[in-house]
Design a protein around this ligand. Sequence first.
Ligand SMILES: Cc1cc2nc3c(=O)[nH]c(=O)nc-3n(C[C@H](O)[C@H](O)[C@H](O)COP(=O)(O)OP(=O)(O)OC[C@H]3O[C@@H](n4cnc5c(N)ncnc54)[C@H](O)[C@@H]3O)c2cc1C
Length: 431
Amino acid sequence: MAEKRYGVLIAGTGVAGLCCALSLPRETSVLLVSKAKADESDSFLAQGGICMLRGPEDFAGYFEDTMRAGHYENDEAAVRLMIESSPAMIESLVRYGVEFARDDAGRFRFTREGGHSRPRILFHGDVTGKAITSCLLERVRELPNAVIAEETELVDLLCTPGRGGECFGGVLRDNATGALSAVYADAVLLATGGVGGLFENSTNFRHLTGDGVAIALKNGVEVEHLDYVQIHPTTFYSEKGGRRFLISESVRGEGAVLLDKHGRRFCNELMPRDVVTGDIRAQMRKDGTRHVWLDMRPVGAATLREHFPTICAHCLEEGYDVFKDPIPVVPAQHYFMGGIKVDLDGRTSMRRLFAAGETACNGVHGKNRLASNSLLESLIWARRAAAAMAQLPAAGEGPAPDFAAYGDYAALKQDYAKKVRDEAEREAYCD
Ligand SMILES: Cc1cc2nc3c(=O)[nH]c(=O)nc-3n(C[C@H](O)[C@H](O)[C@H](O)COP(=O)(O)OP(=O)(O)OC[C@H]3O[C@@H](n4cnc5c(N)ncnc54)[C@H](O)[C@@H]3O)c2cc1C
């Protein structure tokens, strides 16, 4: 990293970080840092799809579905903004080169997931996140004004902390060498994703440990609802450790059914995630089992093959042929509704500090996220944050870094993890 001063510093190369970079003016120099490889983000893992308002007649239904899933704790203005902005966001994705499933006439095809009253989810097989994020990453790599530093971690902000504080950049750590450096910027975006790495069972990448939230807590930036942690009802049950493999909600949307140990259905599979999770947990307790079964055969062989090839292949690798047998599934940590408190433009309580994506809490999801709303929300808030950043005057001189404070890196990380985990597990909503 030759230059130590940038227009914008972005921590995270998931959809939120990438979309922010693409939305900034070309004359703004941008540094994106990623704790792991640039393509190791949860955005790449999204299977089900991305929601889109299908037309004015769908607004009330989409709004109500989002609010109902969120237990009506959602911020109504944020929900309205997300829904209204969705067609333009999808249009941008298509312009960037993202391909979604279409019918023979070239019109979008839509699928359905739990909590949705009608199909309104665009998809690309069962690898929608990869289709979107790899395309955005390619476009960012082409930008003349942006640089990506992989395996480079944001460990702290350069800021005047607390109420009325101001952010001037960040302290970075090269994870290969352990070297620390300071980068100054006129604005900083925290787009560090979720908290799944703090949980034993999670669908998230293990390196996603809520760093953005920990850094916010350390510097007195306002956070909200850190205990709103979503558990996904259906992940593949395995005795192996590591990341849990997700069995997308749209499998149930297309007809798959949940079965108890006697092979009997025991719930409505199309209820929102927290309801289905609660039903599965109750059934496991009743049956004295560590999982329930998901029968994908009602979906039909053709749809399974065409729409869910990755899921079918993964189950086969694990010894289950979804065309012949039910598969074992169990709920696992999946998504983080709480986070760094932001307004409708991604502004945090600290001047020049923005947050977007899963690490941010803009109120869209309330107490529980509706399926396939998060890629959309991440993209929209990242774009709005970029627009707000572009209005900022240049920053003054920031404080000098105190590198000695980060000398014991392992202890610092443990402290960060503990702070976030204590909050997140306070209620561990719906677990
Ligand atoms: C298995 C799975 C399936 C999903 N399916 C869907 C779906 O179908 N539809 C949908 O809408 N949503 C889905 N989601 C949720 C959605 O993928 C995420 O909420 C969304 O991608 C979050 O994007 P993000 O940019 O905020 O974070 P991420 O994509 O997770 O990116 C976080 C980035 O931050 C970096 N980072 C972390 N800490 C640091 C640090 N200290 N310094 C520097 N960089 C750091 C990481 O390396 C990474 O680059 C799914 C999630 C999972 C796990």
